[in-house]
Ligand binder design. Structure first.
Ligand SMILES: Cc1cc2nc3c(=O)[nH]c(=O)nc-3n(C[C@H](O)[C@H](O)[C@H](O)COP(=O)(O)OP(=O)(O)OC[C@H]3O[C@@H](n4cnc5c(N)ncnc54)[C@H](O)[C@@H]3O)c2cc1C
Ligand code: SF4
Length: 555
């Protein structure tokens, strides 16, 4: 920034960008190793949410395999995993009926036995307490806005965003320059479609030779169910209605704690129809006769949305570069058929921490943590992803019914050691899958009933989203003319529908002429879908002022 005052800088051994399960597991492992070897090692974690957990949205059914390794006495230490899975159901929904798939037909690796239903946000809050107790420094409300490079090109840290800039970019009285956080190693733990991670992948060509990353958008509501309808420990998944066979996705409902249920819906972002609204599909799902009775008499208490990585193993980029590494869903470690990524996110954080600790101990700074990449390939997290690597490509190629059946067969064969010997690639990135609006079927979504289905505005209200209004818009357009000049005629500007927070609108004058593209940035729930799905790849999501965004209580 021209004539900006110099940044203050703070130096650490390791800087972690993102306080989700991956980043916090890394911080904990680093401090555990330092304590056990009696070494001095400083770790800072920055988190863009107003507090740890504020931006975490997940299911979540949690496989405790990584937590067992990281904090074996997590139960005694009070980790918020109190609802074990006791009932596991899978439904195929038609327009008015449902068929249950018997559990014995599902591949064993899909089983949720031994897993726990919880709020991942609350687990992160607890992990942050453990990290702090071990001596890590955690800074919520600070967003990593810029990557800092040393003269030789290695990453030397990140800078937090400047505070007190007005919408037009001028400095307000409250202006304060961001802080440079310098680390011998920087771990990027931003989750799906990280804004800095995206730059790192490009700069170091980490995705060379890999399939394009694939994503879904997950929408979720937290419900307080009528006590007679609540069955703690119940896990229910569905596919089919309301999505057509060509559109991937499905639902999850997890009953936990005191009458709480996580009710969610994932739409794969390689959908074709520009008229599709993931939010509208989610609302329709809840009106299905197999679902509505469960929600009747209950109360919706929170709403949010977040992208989920779906590319699997073939889309995991190279994990290391000089001065740092990608961990967790910044690298895309979700097991798609299991809809689980938090266990792998934590494991990659732990492995990167071990490699960084060793390198620092040997006096190597800013090197490439190749030991982390090698350890990942030997880990159970790699095997977890390897066994299911062909499920998503089969689903994309053959549609939901046939594709999922073939994927299930492949998982069964894998279980017997006879899975497909090849790895199928993903063909197109998600931004390239829309068909033109003139060839697409228009979709009329029913009016919400206010009992189980709701409108967008009341939903966004329940996300607790808040951004300071007078700040530069964080949804930046490389070419401001493209939404109206290109996306509107070709795709009826799909941003109006794919955004789960109503951020993008096309407004016209009283005669219905002169369309203009409006960005209501203050509503953004940081799901990153626009950055992924915009067909012109013209929207670049950058971090707003630290602390802005959703305030999820226990998502
Ligand atoms: C709808 C849905 C359902 C899911 N269900 C399950 C499930 O049932 N079980 C399961 O195991 N997994 C599930 N997952 C996947 C799981 O949530 C992810 O695998 C996991 O959260 C990844 O952890 P992470 O730490 O890599 O990233 P995240 O959890 O996304 O955390 C990243 C953190 O970094 C912060 N951040 C990002 N950028 C910056 C920046 N520039 N500066 C500072 N902070 C930043 C974010 O605010 C966030 O707090 C689900 C995901 C979704 C979306
Ligand atoms: S503006 Fe983009 S990141 Fe924000 S809620 Fe909408 S789609 Fe998600």
């Amino acid at each position: 920034m021209a004539d900006a005052p110099d940044r203050e800088s703070m130096s650490y051994d390791v800087v972690v960008v993102g306080g989700g399960p991956a980043g916090l597991a890394a911080a904990i492992r680093l401090r555990q190793l330092a304590q056990s070897e009696g070494r001095d090692l400083s770790v800072a974690v920055i988190e863009k949410g107003s507090e740890i957990g504020a931006h975490i949205l997940s299911g979540a059914v949690i496989d405790p395999i990584a937590l067992d390794e990281l904090i074996p006495d997590w139960k005694e230490k009070g980790a918020p995993l109190s609802t074990p899975v006791t009932d596991d159901r899978f439904l195929v929904l038609g327009p008015s009926g449902a068929v249950g798939i018997p559990h014995f037909l599902l591949p064993p690796l899909m089983s949720n036995r031994g897993n726990f239903i919880a709020s991942l946000g609350n687990l992160c809050r607890w992990l942050a307490q453990q990290a702090e107790a071990l001596g890590a420094e955690i800074y919520p409300g600070f967003a990593g806005a810029e990557i800092l490079y040393a003269e030789d090109g290695r990453v030397k840290g990140v800078a937090t965003g400047d505070m007190g800039l007005a919408k037009d970019g001028h400095r307000k009285e409250s202006f304060a320059r961001g802080v440079a956080l310098l680390g011998k190693y920087t771990l990027f733990a931003e989750g799906a479609r990280g804004s800095l991670t995206k730059q790192i992948i490009k700069r170091f060509a980490l995705d060379k030779g890999r399939s394009p990353q694939k994503f879904g958008i997950g929408l979720k509501e937290l419900w307080q169910l009528a006590p007679e309808r609540h069955k703690p420990g119940l896990v229910m998944h569905s596919m089919g209605f309301p999505l057509d066979d060509k559109t991937g996705g499905g639902s999850f409902i997890y009953h936990f704690d005191d009458n709480l249920a996580s009710v969610g819906f994932v739409v794969h972002l390689d959908y074709e129809n520009p008229y599709l609204s993931p939010f509208g599909e989610f609302q329709r799902f809840k009106e299905h006769p197999a679902i509505r009775p469960m929600l009747a008499g209950g109360k919706r208490i929170a709403y949010g949305a977040r992208a989920i990585t779906e590319g699997g193993l073939q889309s995991v980029p190279k994990l290391v570069f000089p001065g740092g590494a990608l961990i967790g869903c910044a690298a895309g470690v979700v097991n798609v058929p299991r809809i689980k990524g938090s266990h792998n996110a934590m494991k990659t954080g732990m492995l990167a921490a071990e490699a960084a600790f060793q390198a620092i101990g040997e006096g190597r700074e800013g090197a490439s943590l190749d030991a982390y990449e090698a350890a990942f390939r030997q880990s159970w997290a790699y095997r977890d992803l390897y066994r299911v690597r062909n499920v998503k490509p089969l689903w994309s190629r053959f549609g939901t019914m046939l594709g999922v059946a073939l994927g299930g067969l492949d998982m069964w064969m894998n279980n017997l050691g006879l899975g497909m010997p090849i790895t199928l690639n993903h063909r197109k990135p998600d931004y390239a899958t829309l068909i033109e609006a003139r060839r697409a079927r228009k979709i009329a979504y029913p009016k919400p009933d206010g009992a189980v289905s709701f409108d967008l505005l009341s939903s966004v209200y329940l996300s607790g989203t808040n951004h300071e209004e007078d700040q530069p818009v964080h949804l930046t357009l490389a070419d401001p003319s493209l939404p109206i000049a290109r996306n509107l005629p070709l795709y009826d500007e799909p941003a109006q529908r794919y955004c789960p927070a109503g951020v993008f609108e096309v407004l016209r004058d009283a005669e219905g002429q002169n369309p203009r593209f409006v960005i209501n940035a203050q509503n953004c729930v940081h799901c990153k879908t626009c950055d992924i799905k915009d067909p012109a790849q013209n929207i670049n999501w950058v971090v707003p002022g630290g602390g802005g965004g959703p305030n999820y209580p226990n998502m």
